[in-house]
Design a protein around this ligand. Sequence first.
Ligand SMILES: NC(=O)c1ccc[n+]([C@@H]2O[C@H](COP(=O)([O-])OP(=O)(O)OC[C@H]3O[C@@H](n4cnc5c(N)ncnc54)[C@H](O)[C@@H]3O)[C@@H](O)[C@H]2O)c1
Length: 400
Amino acid sequence: MNNILILGIDGYIGWPLAMHLASIGHRVSGIDNFARRRNVRSVGSASAIPIADMDERIEVFKRQHGKNITFYEGDILDYEFLADVMKKEHPRTIIHLAEQPSAPFSMIDRPHAVYTQHNNVEGTLNVLYAMKEIVPEAHLVKLGTMGEYGTPNLEIPEGFFEVEYKGRRDVLPFPRQPGSLYHLSKVHDSANCLFACRVWGLCITDIMQGVVYGTRTREITHERLATRFDFDESFGTVINRYCAQAVIGHSLTSYGRGTQRRGFIDLVDSIQCLTIATENPASKGQYRVFNQLDEVYSIMQLARYVADAAKKIGLDVKIDCLPNPRVEKEEHYYSVQHEHLKNLGFKPTRKITETLDIMLKDLLQYRQRIIEKRDAILPKTRWMGEIVSVQPNMPTGVTA
Ligand SMILES: NC(=O)c1ccc[n+]([C@@H]2O[C@H](COP(=O)([O-])OP(=O)(O)OC[C@H]3O[C@@H](n4cnc5c(N)ncnc54)[C@H](O)[C@@H]3O)[C@@H](O)[C@H]2O)c1
């Protein structure tokens, strides 16, 4: 049994991960400040699938699965709070998901960019210091993103590559060329994590994760145990937006020509990989990078998969191309090494097409909730040009 502290336990991945780790016998505690719930509200949206509050989640989980999860409400930017929890729990593994995870949200305007980098970079620095001072032997599993690498015209290795320059060779971090200020916050985190291993001897697995999709995991056995499903332009990833559009009869809107290629992974497999990383820790002083994805798809190919799955349940949807609000290459090479997790036993659970069938069926029940927030789906935030500012309900730390 491992003693695991999950930072960001109320999130899309954090909650089902906590249930999974607890159900297989680990002792699980977690921290969250509910920023994700507030931030989604601030862009005029809501989770399509209703989610219970944390007390209810824990209570229903205990009733259904007979296991306990301990929750601490608070902000990891508050160092005293974080250090107190670390002293109390003394975790052997810390899984750090507690960041602002949306690229468009970070690109809305200066306050949102500052909020994102302050929350993510300072939060991670606090975690590194708390580990150094309180649990220096613990293993940190830190969530980065495949977006840190950008789309180089080379095969993307797992973190490091061998370079020859002017007759000399070295193994160096692979260059990062992120496409948003959110992705850049993760690059800063990676540099800080590498430093903490090199200089303080901490042990860290930095996960470059692809885009996660799905509504179901084995432990979601009751509707009050569901994880969130966002579909707005900021927090809804491309598959989520397509699925939400399909169930309300809106055309699936691809950005630009749709030829952008990215890595994707099912929620059950993200959890499988994080469990593998947790159960096979890095060694003392080691900074290890895993590329965590299953398959690479173009976003147009995904639109076709969603349209096909929708047809099977009687929904006829068109695919449209919108002017791309982002600054990104549309035609590009994309090849990613992702062997480390496979070598440790990762096997994909099912095909994306099966998961899409499940997602659409789940979402159909909440069609009305998506219709009510449909204005939040289409992109308003542009990487360049006109800046559209958001709403009344700004998240903590952001001033309009
Ligand atoms: N979901 C994806 O497709 C995806 C892909 C690649 C990487 N990631 C990364 O995985 C991690 C989890 O992603 P997610 O989709 O579950 O995001 P999420 O927003 O649902 O979860 C993050 C949780 O952390 C909490 N949080 C944020 N800042 C905090 C703070 N300062 N103190 C305490 N709690 C805080 C939020 O309230 C939220 O519940 C993130 O770091 C994200 O960048 C996600």
